[in-house]
Ligand binder design. Structure first.
Ligand SMILES: [Fe+2]
Ligand SMILES: [Fe+2]
Length: 157
């Protein structure tokens, strides 16, 4: 049975997309940077919905007491990631109207992206250490298959 932790491959892909976005920013290509950020946002949105609608309810149903592993922490981090990402989109849109984009402006944006990246890494580590290992350890194959089907049905909606 495919372990649910296979969904962590999305995290690697998200890191790659964000890196491409920042590379484009360093080249001061705002349109290219926006394209990569849009791709990143779409994948993050699908990924978080799969977790919120399928995996976190299964995790909550286990009713385990795990320090640093309360389901509300994952949901709160998702909300915060969404909010910070909206702000990054807005800041990038503002740069699209700047005629001669200087390096300092780009550095300011990269700095503001640091908080977002840091939260993303923190969230990745919490899910890697707690959410996915617990689900893979406690759920039987039939339940995992059910969750994969539910997540795949959701992605094709
Ligand atoms: Fe995740
Ligand atoms: Fe997550």
């Amino acid at each position: 049975m495919r372990p649910l932790s296979e969904l962590l491959l999305d995290h690697d892909e998200l890191d790659r997309l964000f890196l491409c976005h920042q590379e484009a920013l360093l080249s001061r290509d705002v349109a290219e940077a926006a394209k990569w950020l849009d791709r990143f946002s779409r994948l993050l949105s699908v990924h978080m919905q799969r977790e919120e609608n399928c995996l976190l309810p299964a995790f909550e149903a286990l009713a385990l007491e795990i320090p640093g592993g309360g389901p509300e922490l994952f949901r709160a981090e998702h909300r915060k990631l969404g909010k910070l990402l909206d702000e990054l989109h807005k800041r990038l849109e503002q740069l699209a109207d700047v005629p001669d984009l200087n390096a300092r402006t780009v550095i300011e944006l990269l700095d503001s992206e640091f908080t977002f990246k840091h939260l993303l890494q923190h969230h990745d580590s919490r899910e890697r250490k707690v959410l996915y290992p617990v689900l893979d350890q406690h759920l039987d194959d039939a339940r995992k298959l059910e969750l994969w089907r539910a997540m795949e049905a959701q992605a094709s909606e």
